[in-house]
Write a protein that binds this ligand. Sequence first.
Ligand code: FES
Length: 153
Amino acid sequence: MSEKFEPVIVGFTCNWCSYRAADAAGTARVKYAPNVRLIRLMCSGRLDPTFVMKALAGGADGVMITGCHPGDCHYIEQNYKALRRFLLLRRTLKGFGIEPERIKLVWDSAAEGMKLGHEIDAFVDEIRALGPLNWPKWTGQAHPIEPVMEVTA
Ligand code: FES
């Protein structure tokens, strides 16, 4: 009997929108897949691309990047920087031979807890369909998940 693959997703959230949306979803008892581990940043523009690579190397099967809607960033236009980094990360993954769909970008306001829940559920299904990332296959080295926490502490 084979076990159902449960993906591990790391979600980088913006303090001003998606982190609050996740909070609102919890308060409103919106159910979403428990596969995502949310990490709060002050802004999506704070997301260093190495955070994403470390998350994947540390055991994540997918990474969700979330930020304020274009035009709504509290730090003027840092979410456009996040968008450029997202596109660069997808190209980099593709260059490694890894599915670029393992990284997803979602714009979400603090009032969109329900939408965030749906996006998380959809992403978990997409990653489940792709299967485990199995990073050691690409690098020959296994890493525990701890480096993700280390980076953001
Ligand atoms: S403050 Fe939310 S993306 Fe910049």
